[in-house]
Ligand binder design. Structure first.
Ligand SMILES: *Cc1c(COP(=O)(O)O)cnc(C)c1O
Length: 389
């Protein structure tokens, strides 16, 4: 089943899915699977979502692509919607998370240069994940992602995550810093939830030093953690925020949103993308936002997530091999006391799709449209696996 014509950059499970519906996938043998991963936080409205399918068909038979050399009404409409949701001022449309972060990094650098800082640097965190392009893999706090791709990009300073003092101490001796870039909850890093006041403290430090606060909400965004953006639960607004994954429900799209001084940095010729913000991806983005709002999926994610975590706590909290159960909304991590990558295959055999990240953290990112029964099935399936692990 594995074609050697594809570069072996992924270790793949031995299964191919041929169709889907809601939270369910069917493989080439007709076996059904409950999807507790959503293709990594992407398919938030579920597979083969009728509203998305209609938009795809309509837009596909009307106009797929023009160019950013012309006005794109679907893009402007999506921008206005995201602006209203986020409290940001403007945005750049790209095709992926990494590209959205590249835009954020470029904004920070140009912002620095405009202030006369010749070697602008960005504070990033341990165990972070920001993408696989050269700049974003350098920003990523994982040696495995970087090894062999040196020379890495200059201009990043690393601090421990959830450590405000470490950021303060960089501020004291490093005058080249122009921004702090973190995830509100670390996804790949193991669903690491920082202290409640972490973002607020970072906001305060950034204001004090005139730095930009950049939040990578590529995984935490799109209503997953209980509000459209995770930062909306901490009473602050960033200067730059990036979002991707769930916004297209499977159609590639990434966005870098900016506010205030950060929104005035990029001008004509500073950045671009052939595909970014095309009529198709933006039409789908508009439909996804409409559905998220119509079904109030943010509230649903918060409620269902709380319920699932309480159930996990009840069944797994006392087990010796379970270190921690944590998350927000439908972004849930269960940390075990040892590497547990084999659980992914065991779950697959039982017809359940889960993920393990940071070696020992079972990660759940189900579609936001799952029913109460499906949520219960996920909880039971995962608990059975961990109890017998
Ligand atoms: C997935 C992810 C990215 C990278 O997005 P791609 O679309 O794969 O480039 C960046 N940051 C975070 C937090 C992510 O979860």
């Amino acid at each position: 089943m594995t074609s050697e014509a594809v570069m072996p950059t992924y270790g793949r499970q031995d299964v191919a899915f041929t169709s889907g519906e809601g939270a369910w996938l069917t493989d080439s043998n007709g076996k059904r699977y409950l999807d507790a991963l959503s293709g990594l936080a992407v398919v938030i409205l579920g597979h083969a979502n009728p509203a998305v399918a209609r938009t795809l068909a309509d837009q596909g038979s009307t106009l797929l692509h023009t160019s950013n050399l012309y006005h794109i009404p679907q893009q402007e409409q999506l921008a206005e919607k995201l602006k209203a949701i986020s409290g940001m001022d403007n945005m750049f449309f790209a095709n992926s998370g990494a590209e959205a972060n590249e835009c954020a990094i470029k904004i920070a650098r140009l912002y620095g240069h405009k202030q006369g800082i010749d070697n602008p640097s960005i504070i990033v965190a341990d165990a972070s994940f920001h993408g696989r392009t050269l700049a974003t893999l350098t920003a990523t706090g994982n040696r495995k992602v970087q090894a062999g791709f040196e020379p890495l990009v200059h201009g990043f300073v690393r601090v421990p995550y959830n450590d405000v003092e470490a950021v303060n101490s960089v501020a004291e001796h490093n005058k080249s810093v122009v921004a702090v870039m973190v995830e509100p909850i670390q996804g790949e890093g193991g669903i690491r939830v920082p202290d409640d006041d972490y973002l607020k403290e970072l906001r305060r430090i950034c204001d004090e030093h005139d730095w930009l606060l950049i939040l990578d909400e590529i995984q935490t965004g799109n209503a997953r953690t209980g509000t459209y953006f995770c930062y909306q639960q901490s009473g602050i607004v960033p200067d730059v925020v990036t979002v991707a994954k769930g916004l297209g429900n499977g159609i590639p799209i990434g966005v870098c949103l900016a506010r205030g001084k950060a929104s005035e940095v990029l001008g004509p010729g500073n950045h671009g993308s052939t595909f970014g913000g095309n009529p198709l991806s933006c039409a789908v983005g508009n439909t996804v936002l409409d559905e998220v709002e119509r079904l109030d999926l943010a509230t649903r994610a918060a409620e269902l997530g709380d319920r699932m975590m309480a159930q996990f706590q009840e069944r797994l909290g006392g087990l010796n091999n379970v270190r921690d159960i944590r998350g927000k909304g439908l972004m849930i991590g269960i940390e075990l006391d040892q590497p547990c990558g084999e659980l992914v295959g065991k779950a697959l055999e039982k017809g359940l799709l889960i993920n393990v990240t940071a070696e020992r953290v079972v990660r759940l990112l189900p579609p936001l449209i799952i029913s109460d029964e499906e949520a219960e099935q996920i909880v039971n399936g995962v608990c059975d696996l961990i109890e017998s692990a």
